[in-house]
Design a protein around this ligand. Structure first.
Ligand SMILES: Cc1ncc(COP(=O)(O)O)c(C=O)c1O
Length: 397
């Protein structure tokens, strides 16, 4: 009898008791809106911003309604206007080009390399096409950020980092989100902290921070922010910046603060699980494990491998056989977008030429979530199942 995995790939851990207590205190107060604070009270949202800024070593932080909202707000705050072009990854998820489209700008897609990061040669070749790069650290893979910043600085490109999958990760000792002008994070359930929905934005740029705060719907209450630039920075900005409400509330902030304190521990727990799957997959015929560079500290909340140059039918057969044994794999090569596996050619609002290198890599990318509700033994079993089914399909092809 072949073994079958029975765990859920979408089940998160419960919210911790201290976070539940903090949420109950907010509920009991009735003061859920971030600016609804009692005399002398900072409010959970302002405290969250202050703590996250300190944790990331950033001057300013703004908490918002979602990661996607943080991306669009960063673009607006960085001065992107309708009709502008914005460089971004061909391998990413829908909210990234969506944030570019939401400000009326046009994505210019950059090829994905075989290690699943943005292709830096293609970026260098396209560097004269836009003044902003929305860099998605898709599925937690960090490119050589030193080289990326060299390319962008030389071309005068402002870098906005989409760190939805890299909260807690770093490159060459620098935290993800701290290389570019702005770092954006998602606090949505499937990310590294869970408030259902939510986002965070950090920057050292006072004007970007002031504009983002005004955009998020601070009215003239920006003085209540504790990770904001001084009032004089708002003097001009407050008249020029529209209110596009997308604030975080105190309830979500309350449950995020304890989770952020635990981030490093959670990262270690993810990585133990990731490495168990990775080690179990190494040496599987026909399967390429994605190499992780020594300069990268990653967060293994999901794992990707490649079935490079396989036929569509063979990939589909491997995915089907794993599913039959309880292992849910997502294939980025699927011709029609399914669930979260969107590809650059599914975003037809953005006209783009074919990207042959990305087509080849995307056709081989298999993606799997690694929730913390899996035990290390679960991860070993999952790897055994994938190994057996991928080998069987490969050998019969
Ligand atoms: C790569 C990436 N960027 C940004 C986002 C946007 O985050 P949110 O769902 O909080 O808007 C997501 C969410 O799935 C994502 O996967």
């Amino acid at each position: 009898m072949s073994e079958i995995f029975s765990g859920s790939f979408t089940q998160q851990e419960p919210i911790s008791e201290d976070a539940i207590e903090a949420a109950l205190a907010v509920l009991r107060s009735g003061r859920l809106h971030r600016y609804n604070v009692a005399e002398g009270e900072a409010g959970e949202t302002a405290l969250l911003e202050q703590e996250f800024a300190a944790q990331m070593g950033a001057k300013y932080c703004l908490a918002v309604a979602s990661g996607g909202y943080a991306l669009a707000t960063s673009l607006r705050a960085a001065g992107v206007k309708p009709g502008d072009k914005v460089l971004t990854n061909a391998f990413t998820l829908a909210p990234v080009p969506g944030s570019i489209a939401s400000v009326g700008a046009e994505p210019v897609f950059v090829e994905v390399a075989e290690n699943l990061t943005i292709d830096l040669d293609d970026l260098a070749a396209k560097a004269d096409r836009a003044k902003v790069l929305m860099l998605s650290h898709m599925r937690g893979h960090l490119c050589d950020m030193d080289r990326l910043m060299e390319i962008c600085n030389a071309a005068g490109i402002t870098v906005i980092e989409d760190c939805a999958h890299t909260m807690g990760a770093s490159w060459n000792g620098v935290l993800s989100g701290r290389h570019g002008a702005v770092g954006c994070y998602s606090c949505q359930t499937y990310k590294h902290v869970n408030s259902g929905e939510g986002g965070l934005l950090i920057t050292d740029d006072a004007e970007i921070a002031a504009r983002a705060i005004m955009l998020s719907g601070s009215y003239m209450l920006y003085g209540r922010h504790m990770a904001a630039p001084p009032p004089e920075v708002f003097e001009q900005v407050k008249y020029e910046t529209p209110n596009i409400s997308g604030r975080m509330d105190n309830l979500r902030a309350a449950i995020l603060r304890p989770q952020l304190r635990d981030l490093d521990t959670q990262v270690e727990r993810w990585n133990v699980r990731y490495r168990e799957v990775e080690n179990g997959l190494r040496g599987t015929p026909g399967l390429t494990v994605v190499a992780r560079p020594a300069k990268e500290v990653y967060v293994g909340s999901s794992i990707q491998f490649l079935l490079l140059d396989w036929s569509e039918d063979a990939v589909q057969e491997a995915v089907r056989r794993c599913a039959a044994r309880g292992v849910e794999l997502k294939w980025f090569g699927t011709p029609e977008p399914v669930a979260f596996t969107s590809r650059y050619d599914s975003w037809r609002y953005a006209e783009t030429p074919r990207l042959p290198q990305s087509d080849r890599v995307l056709a081989g990318i298999i993606d799997m979530r690694v929730p913390l509700t899996f035990s290390v033994e679960d991860c070993a079993q999952i790897a055994r199942i994938i190994r057996a089914e991928v080998s069987a399909v490969y050998q019969s092809a």
